[in-house]
Design a protein around this ligand. Structure first.
Ligand SMILES: *Cc1c(COP(=O)(O)O)cnc(C)c1O
Length: 339
């Protein structure tokens, strides 16, 4: 095989050996199939293409010092995919079969799981799409569940570091009672224009306000948000936020570290009180925020006043990474070892 320079990997697509697929036809899911083609051959009237019947997941496999491969909280991803499926009227893929599919695809592509020292990981992408041909607006009667994997580099190449985010009121990624709470492609399509504008201006992401009143913080395009103040971990609750598994895990770890945890509407006005703030999600675990610029009002909130990630973010990051790579004990049963 072509030699992969693990520590140079970015977050791009690299072909691996196999993917797994499973079809839903005549009201039931079939057998898991192993496939070496990257191509999906589908009907041009498939509902995923026209009416957005598409949901996905993202999780990672990590190789430990001991050589073992660990997958983080895959049951949570399986359940979230079911919630997404219910949200857009797709057939639900069973949790145990989701786990079986992940085990299988990781095992089959074991040679693409980066070595411990590289800080890289194997990204796992489950996808569920509506396949049946439909012209009227209604759910498909056929679905495909598939999982592919691709190795991805360490998010922080030069070490844990800060980035800026911005607030723009012109765009929403989800409607107040829309699909913000489920992981569907449509939310991402809705975030592309604002996301590209933010990137052009030098921001890592857009920090969205609640779409109804624009008074509360929601989340960043592809990651949840939290702030730290007075030994408290504060993260927004809202009807348009995707429930991040990383955020949920960090809340547990924060509590274990003796922090208070608050999950509640977080007013825009609180931004100036945060001692630390960060994005969180599978890609980075934690991406600490240096400053939040409100572009519409030309106001900058500098969070990291000394220009370094804060101590709470740093500790949470090291702890969660430690658990994922097997350097710290897995107290909560978050890890599945791939045999
Ligand atoms: C996937 C996703 C996240 C992060 O969730 P994790 O489970 O932590 O990876 C956050 N926000 C949005 C909008 C997402 O799609």
């Amino acid at each position: 095989m072509e030699k992969i320079n693990w520590s140079d990997l970015g977050f791009g697509y690299i072909k691996t050996d196999y993917n797994v697929r499973c079809y839903y036809r005549d009201g039931k899911w079939g057998e898991l199939e192993v496939c070496s083609s990257e191509i999906i051959n589908i009907h041009m009237a498939a509902t995923c293409l026209h009416y957005g019947q598409e949901a996905f997941e993202g999780l990672k496999a990590f190789r430990g010092k001991d050589g073992q491969i660990r997958v983080f909280r895959m049951e949570e991803n399986a359940k979230r995919l079911q919630a997404s499926s219910r949200g857009i009227k797709m057939a639900e893929f069973p949790v145990d079969r989701f786990e079986e599919a992940v085990r299988k695809v990781v095992k089959l592509n074991e040679r693409f799981v980066p070595p411990y020292e590289s800080g890289a990981a194997l990204y796992i992408r489950p996808l569920l799409i509506g396949l049946g041909a439909q012209i009227g607006v209604k759910p498909a009667d056929e679905y495909m569940f598939t999982v592919f994997v691709t190795p991805v580099g360490p998010y922080f190449k030069g070490g844990f570091s800060l980035s800026k985010v911005c607030i723009m009121r012109e765009f929403d990624r989800a409607a107040p009672n829309g699909t913000g709470t489920i992981k569907v492609g449509g939310n991402y399509a809705a975030s592309l224009v604002a996301g590209e504008m933010a990137h052009e201006k030098g921001y890592a992401a857009v920090l969205y306000l609640d779409p109804k009143e624009k008074l509360y913080l929601d989340e960043c395009g592809p990651a949840n948000f939290f702030g730290i103040r007075d030994n408290t971990y504060i993260t927004p609750s809202s009807h348009s936020i995707l429930p991040s598994i990383t955020n949920k895990s960090l809340q547990q770890l924060a509590e274990d570290m003796g922090l208070k945890v608050e999950r509640r509407p977080v007013a825009y006005d609180e931004i100036k009180t945060f001692e630390e703030a960060a994005e969180c999600g599978t890609a980075a675990v934690i991406a600490p925020i240096s400053q939040i610029d409100d572009i519409d009002n030309d106001v900058s909130f500098v969070i990291a006043k000394d220009g370094k990630p804060g101590p709470v973010c740093e500790k949470l990051y090291q702890t969660l990474r430690g658990i994922q790579y097997g350097d710290l004990p897995d107290t909560y049963g978050w890890i599945s070892i791939m045999e």
